[in-house]
Design a protein around this ligand. Structure first.
Ligand code: URA
Length: 290
């Protein structure tokens, strides 16, 4: 664990140095542009931004006379509210023909390449998990990020949570091959932690392009991370479920992440209500049980 944490820390420091970001967490005068949120979130990145002394800006000269003991300033969080996928880019002017979608998705995958754009590239990733399913799907599921099984196989939702997602899809009257499945981040976050803001926003530019190619009628956001980044909101799942949102021209529903449902199966009935809302919208019928 210690080795993993160190590796992650190192990756952040290097990433931020590459960006020329050295000073977001300087105590005292906050760096104005970096701060939008109150300092609520204590994240790994906040620890990481305590960078080595040689990279710090010179401290301002101390005042000649100190009249009162200085009060330690709280660390300011640089994590802004995510920008919704709708606000990140204009919608594509033209709808791709079904026959052109596979090549368009391959082009996105090639653009990603052997990606090193964010720290997850250095945090033990084995495979980049692009997506799975029909490039022309009417229905798309978006999860958080690959776990160990997905990282090993290079496919989304193939572990235990994936088995439950498969069951959910079948219960909706469709086959897994008929939907499109992707994640907010394409590389496994260490120890399956939630992706950091910088990871999610760096990576999800590609998810946005994938959505614009597939142009599903309905997107289901699986869990809070997917909902947060797709919709650009920081709200509880309870406040987001049970109603329609919009994302890149598609209707978007929010439901529980299958991994959460594995931990708390009592919530499956609630998730089923969300899926029934989707089925009604899409004219899907649950398969008849024999
Ligand atoms: N959890 C996710 O969010 N995505 C996967 O691909 C697997 C598990």
């Amino acid at each position: 664990m210690a080795g993993e944490a160190e590796e992650q820390l190192r990756a952040y420091v290097e990433y931020l140095r590459d960006l020329g970001v050295y000073d977001l967490y300087r105590r005292g005068e906050p760096v104005a542009a970096a701060v939008e949120e109150p300092a609520q979130q204590t994240t790994t990145s906040s620890a990481v931004l305590e960078h080595p002394a040689e990279h710090r800006q010179p401290e301002p000269a101390p005042p000649a006379a100190i009249s009162a003991p200085s009060v330690p300033q709280p660390l300011e969080s640089p994590i802004p509210k995510p920008i919704s996928f709708n606000d990140r880019a204009p919608l594509p002017a033209v709808r791709l023909a079904a026959a052109d979608k596979p090549a368009a998705l391959t082009a996105i995958q090639e653009e990603i390449g052997d990606c090193t754009r964010c720290p997850l590239a250095y945090a033990g990733r084995h495979k980049i998990v692009f997506a799975d399913g029909d490039p022309n799907a009417r229905l798309m599921f978006v999860g958080e990020g690959p776990g160990a099984d997905e990282d090993a196989q290079g496919l989304p939702f193939v572990g235990k949570a994936g088995q439950l997602l498969n069951n959910m899809i079948v219960a909706m009257g469709v086959k897994r091959e008929q939907v499109y499945i992707a994640n907010i981040v394409k590389c496994r976050p260490p120890a399956n932690r939630a992706p950091e803001y910088v990871e999610a926003t760096t990576c999800s530019q590609f998810l946005l392009k994938q959505i614009d190619v597939v142009q599903p009628e309905v997107i289901v956001a699986l869990g809070a991370t997917a909902a947060t980044y797709l919709l650009g909101v920081k709200q509880s799942l309870a406040g987001l479920r049970g109603r329609w949102h919009s994302c890149r021209g598609a209707k978007l529903a929010v439901t529980y992440h299958p991994a959460f449902l594995l931990r708390d199966p009592r919530q499956k009935a609630e998730a089923w209500k969300d899926l029934q809302m989707v089925m009604k919208e899409m004219g899907l019928k649950a398969p008849v049980k024999n």
